[in-house]
Write a protein that binds this ligand. Structure first.
Ligand code: FE
Ligand code: MN
Length: 361
């Protein structure tokens, strides 16, 4: 018996019984092992949808002009030493942090999930981390910063080193041959998804996002700010990928979600917030024009609570206000008129054009 599947604008006809068997065998973990990469029938449609929107947001660092940033970086009067220090901390932290996220996706998460559409979106996720790492390289070379200084920051600045250690300790023990039928291992994997998605990309990236985009709002470092806006938009999709993975994993493995495990996750978020607050104090040792460290600390508490609620955990500061409502609008890139819009439209056009030609085949 045949039946029809509709995915977006496309229609597929599948043998119903075989399709149902394949569908039932799809799992976040411990699903059917297959050497083939068969996306159909699609079970985790959120993964395919996110893959499509991530692709539509494609950007390339070299399309963003850096002349103004370079002028400001060299000018003794246009920007302050605090402004310059925030940018240095941004270059130092993110150059390596993007790679740590990408490495965890490729060597841990993408290896352990079994459904092909989950591997698909994780492949795109890892590619976006490459684009982010490349954008840092472009910023460093444009400004003429010594790359070894950035590398050294990752080892020598204690608050950066501790953020790094916090995430890599949930990554190092996990490899593709681990037995995920054991509860303890399932919880280690769930913890990895929570720490990378909600604590690191979801919370510990937001101190610098807030600071760099505050500078951008004051017309400081427009090229770097633009790249961070695109990065922020990508990160919001990454947080969603990892949130959905965790939610579906728990759904399929309810034994993971014990009271003590939930408390452990909340404690990990508390630790992530403390590390981020210490890092913010290093980035902004004194208040600068339009930048108050108190507001950034409150912002981190606000963001952490949104991440906890996103995975069904209790917030740490119920009712806390967002001190930077403008920051959410920074992601709303498509609506705005700017030099880059033409290029975004081009990328989107070329991807929809290839969709049309696929359909015509
Ligand atoms: Fe990233
Ligand atoms: Mn990311």
């Amino acid at each position: 018996m045949e039946s029809t599947y509709q995915i977006g604008s496309r229609t597929f006809v599948l043998d119903q019984q075989k399709a149902e068997e394949a569908f039932a065998a799809k799992k976040v973990i411990n699903g059917r092992e297959t050497m083939t990469f068969n996306l159909l029938p699609l079970k985790y449609s959120w993964a395919y949808d996110l893959y499509r929107s991530m692709k539509a947001n494609h950007w390339e660092p070299e399309d963003i002009p850096m002349q103004k940033d370079v002028e400001q970086w060299r000018s003794p009067t246009e920007i302050s030493d605090v402004d310059r220090w925030i940018i240095r901390m941004g270059l130092g932290y993110f150059s390596a942090a993007e790679g740590i996220v990408g490495d965890n996706i490729l060597h841990v998460v993408r290896e352990l999930v079994t459904a092909p559409e989950l591997k698909l979106v994780l492949g795109r996720h890892a590619h976006e981390e490459n684009i982010h790492a490349d954008s840092l390289l472009y910023m460093i070379s444009s400004l003429g910063v010594n790359p070894h200084e950035c590398e050294a920051m990752f080892e020598q600045i204690e608050t950066i080193r501790r953020k790094n250690e916090f995430v890599t300790r949930t990554s190092h023990g996990l490899r593709r041959d681990m037995d995920l039928t054991e509860l303890e291992n399932k919880q280690l994997f769930a913890k990895n998804l929570f720490v990378f998605g909600q604590c690191m990309e979801g919370t510990q990236f937001y101190g610098l996002f807030g600071m760099i985009l505050s500078l951008y709002r004051q017309n400081k470092f427009p090229g770097i700010g633009q790249m961070f806006r695109y990065t922020l938009r990508d990160e919001s999709n990454h947080i969603e990928v990892f949130r959905n993975l965790l939610m579906d994993l728990i759904d399929e493995n309810p034994d993971v979600w014990t009271d003590s495990f939930r408390r452990e996750l909340v404690d990990l978020m508390k630790e992530a917030v403390e590390l981020e607050k210490a890092f913010i104090r290093d980035c902004l040792p004194v208040n600068a024009v339009g930048l108050s460290s108190e507001e950034f600390l409150q912002y981190i508490d606000y963001i952490a609570d949104r991440r906890l609620e996103g995975v069904g955990l209790e917030p740490l500061h119920p009712g806390i206000q967002n001190p930077f409502p403008w920051l959410a609008e920074m992601m709303d890139i498509a609506k705005e008129q700017n030099f880059f819009e033409g290029r975004v439209t081009e990328y989107q056009k070329s991807s929809s054009l290839s969709a049309v030609s696929d359909d015509e085949l």
